[in-house]
Structures are given as C-alpha cells and as structure tokens.
Design a protein around this ligand. Structure first.
Ligand code: ASP
Ligand code: MG
Length: 474
C-alpha cells in the first residue's frame, strides 16, 4: 500500500538551481512509491528581503524599497532560468511568474505611496516569497517528467483567524477545504506543491503564521490529508544531542517524542515553528526531521509514542543565545495578589514575549528572560507603568544565555539537578536563574552569554549524552 507523506522543504534547501533540481529528482522518484504532498518555504533569504522592504517603506526610504523589489524579481527570474531545462516548461514558468511580479510591484508601489504598511498589507507582502518558490519547484518537478501543480496556502483552503503576523488555522473549515482541493490535485495524478507560511482569513485577506511558519503549514496539511508521515527536510541531518558547532561529539538523535520535540523546537540548530506540533496532538502522525542533501539518512523520528527505553533518556542540551534578564524587586509584592498579572500584562501590552519566568518563594522578586531585541521595550514599559508603584527596583543583565537540558529521562530521576549544577560549578560558571517545569521535561538555567558554550560542553559530557543516545537510539 502507498504511504501518504507530506514533505516540507525549508528555505535553506531552496537556494540554488542545483538544490531545486535535486529536490525535484528526489520528489519525482519517491512519488513512484508514495503519495506525496509537497510544502515549500520561500527561496532562501526572500522573506528577510520582503521584511526589509516593509522596514524601508516605514522609514520613508522609497527608492530602496523599489530597488529591493527589483533585486528580488531578478533573483527569482535567474533561478527559474537556471533550474528549468525544457524550453517550453521554462517559458511557461517565466510567464506565470510575470503575473506575480506585476502584482508585487503594484503592491509595493501602493504602500510606498501611502508611506506606511499595516499588519494586513505586510502579510500580503510577505506571502509573495512562497507564491514564487512553489511555482519554481512545481515546474522543476515537471522538468523531470512528473506532473505537478503549485498552489498557495490560501488557495489550498487554509482558513485562519485575522491575527495578522501570527495567525492560527480554523481547523474544521480548513480540513474540509484542503482535503477537497488537494484531494482533487492528487486524484488528477499530480503532485501538489503548496506554499507554506500563509493562509487567508474568512474575508479572504492573506495572513501568515509568523517566521518559520511553513513547518506549521506542513502539520496542518498533514492533518487535513490524514497523512501517514510528515517530513521536515532541512540543512542538518536531524535533531542532535547538542549544536555540533559547540560540541564536537554531538550525535544525531534517532527518536524523540512530540513533547520533547516541542521543548527542543525553540533551541538548537534546526528551529521548528513553536506551534508545529499543535495540530498533531490529537492525530498522532509520525514526523521526521531529515536532511535534504543526505537523503540516505532517515533523520530523527518524532513520535507520539516513543519506545520505553527512549522515554528513559535525556536527549540534548540546547542553548538560546543573546537574551536579557530582568529582575523585578519590591517588598510590596509580598502577599499582594495580582502583582504577577500586572507585570506580565504590562509586558504583553508592550509586545514583549517572555521566554522564562521564576519567582522567589518570598515573593519579593520575579525574574523574567526576554529576547535581547525586546529588552529595551520591556524595561521601558516596566519603568513607565510600574516603577515606584508595585515595583521598587529593576535589575537588568544584558547578554545572557538560556541553557536547557531536555528529555523525558529526567522525569522522576533523582540527582539530575545535583549533577547539572555540580558540572557547571566545576567550570566556574555562575548560574543567574533556574527554572524547571513540573513536567520535568527540561531543566533550564541562565548564564552569562560568554559562559554559554562551556556550560553546554560541560553538561553534554557530564550527562554522557553521546553515549546514552548511541546506546539507546540505534
Ligand atoms: N518563509 C518564511 C520565513 O522565512 C516561512 C518559513 O520559512 O518557514 O520565515
Ligand atoms: Mg524554517
């Protein structure tokens, strides 16, 4: 029986003509054995460029915005020419891209004229990256003699709420529509190539899922199509015990659970969109993180039901660099209800995302970690709204790193904390803050950024992550 697989290519896999041709070859060959649905990100760097355009418009830099559009169009046209060999196929691709180029140019002219960009028009603008890439990939597959059809997320039937820049799918409507449109393409004997990252709200306005959102598209489509497996194809072999650029003997993880992968999503070399696993929780579809170029490697299996021995292992040590730590202090907070709520809602109103929280049992201090890019906004909001009121003092540490040990093997195991902090202390590293969720899936702590790499190396060695995962994983 044929297996139904949603296969998603990230931007790093879609950079050169050679890469796209290789992908087309792989998809075309694999489609003889399996039913494939392809999901694509934008060509590498395109979304960054589109964001640049919106920033240029906001800064009133009209000439630059138009120049960036011209460059984008030129790059895509060149890539299309280099990728497609068959003349007729190449011309049909160039013709079809022309329509998008015209629309993109008109859109940028429009926002340049207005001199401002709204969240709604920004999503419309950002969606062009995937609109262009899917056409190139679909034509590349056709160049191999395999029939294929490109379709955007919104045309495929992904319906979302109207939260531009960070939308969520309305899964019931989406499932009905996607299964119909994509089902039709498959029934016609063609491989669908769906644009990741974007959908449309109920009024038909284009929305996006936020950076890295094509992973999320892949799982949404997987659920809609009742896929057997979802493969996230990327530029690394899979999820690893640590970032190999920090730890030389880091090894590939053969198997991790959904929950572990969710914890690992924000860290590590392969970043996965944080909501990627949401659609899967009730559907339990197997997932793989695999290398685009090293196709003989099966990668990391992400499973809802890990084997018992996998449940007993610690999987990896990860690090998130360049964060800020804010320690919020006041005697007034002791026993005062609603203080935490006030602090968090002040930060939320300022658009600050908190990545880690801890409160002292005395209740006189709450510490939060935020992205370095959010630090200024966080301090500003706390200072103007709360300092002198419920807050007496703010202490800020810039450039800290969050190190996390992740794996269900920590659950209920005595002595992990002693081991971890013993190792860190032996390396003379000071720990500024600690958090462990009661699920005991991860143990995270904050160190100065300059100590981050030694902390990761120390833990990888102390917890013997290479050998335990080798032993269990193979
Ligand atoms: N193209 C989008 C981005 O760069 C979505 C994705 O790559 O997953 O964020
Ligand atoms: Mg990505």
């Amino acid at each position: 029986m044929k297996v139904k697989i949603v296969i998603k290519y990230g931007g790093t896999s879609l950079s050169t003509a050679k890469q796209i041709k290789d992908i087309a070859g792989f998809v075309s060959d694999n489609s003889k054995k399996n039913d494939l649905v392809v999901v694509c990100s934008a060509i590498k760097g395109t979304t960054d460029r589109l964001i640049e355009i919106s920033a240029q418009v906001n800064r009133g830099n009209r000439a630059c915005a138009k120049q960036t559009v011209t460059q984008l169009i030129r790059t895509h046209r060149r890539l299309a020419r280099q990728t497609i060999t068959d003349l007729q196929n190449r011309n049909s691709l160039l013709d079809s891209l022309k329509d998008d180029f015209v629309e993109l140019t008109e859109l940028v002219d429009g926002i340049v004229l207005l001199g401002e960009i709204t969240p709604r028009s920004k999503d419309y603008l950002l969606s062009f990256g995937e609109r262009l890439s899917i056409k190139i990939v679909a034509h590349a597959i056709a160049d191999r003699g395999t029939r294929s059809q490109s379709i955007t997320g919104s045309d495929a039937g992904i319906v979302t709420d109207s939260n531009f820049g960070e939308s969520k799918p309305l899964m019931d409507t989406t499932t009905l529509r996607v299964s119909k449109t994509i089902g039709k393409i498959l029934a016609g004997g063609m491989i669908p190539v769906i644009g990741g990252f974007a959908g449309a709200d109920q009024h038909g306005h284009i929305t996006t899922f936020g950076r890295g959102g094509s992973d999320y598209t892949a799982t949404i489509i997987g659920v809609c199509m009742q896929a057997d497996e979802i493969w996230l194809m990327t530029d690394v072999d899979g999820l690893m015990t640590a970032d190999p650029s920090i730890v030389k003997d880091a090894i590939l993880l053969r198997e991790v659970s959904y929950v572990e992968a969710t914890e690992m999503a924000l860290f590590g070399a392969k970043q996965i969109h944080p909501r990627t696993f949401e659609p899967l929780l009730t559907k339990k579809i197997l997932m793989r993180v695999r290398s685009t170029s090293n196709t003989s490697n099966p990668g990391t299996l992400i499973t809802p039901s890990p084997s018992t021995w996998e449940e007993k292992t610690i999987k990896c040590v990860s690090v998130r660099r360049h964060n800020g730590l804010v320690d919020i202090r006041s005697g007034n907070m002791v026993g005062a209800r609603g203080t935490a709520a006030k602090i968090f809602s002040t930060l939320a109103k300022a658009g600050v995302n908190i990545t880690m929280i801890s409160q002292s049992p005395s209740e006189s201090s709450i510490s939060v970690v935020v992205n370095s890019t959010d630090l200024d906004g966080a301090i500003n909001a706390l200072e103007t709204e709360l300092l002198g009121g419920i807050i007496k003092r703010l202490e800020v540490t810039v450039d800290v790193a969050v190190v996390a040990l992740i794996g269900s093997g920590m659950r209920g195991t005595v002595g992990i904390a002693a081991k971890v902090f013993g190792a860190v202390a032996r390396h003379n590293i000071n720990v500024a803050m600690i958090a462990q969720g009661s699920s005991e899936l991860d143990l995270a702590f904050v160190v100065k950024d300059e100590d981050a790499e030694s902390a990761v190396m120390a833990l990888h060695e102390e917890c013997e992550l290479s050998s335990i995962n080798q032993r269990f994983g193979v």
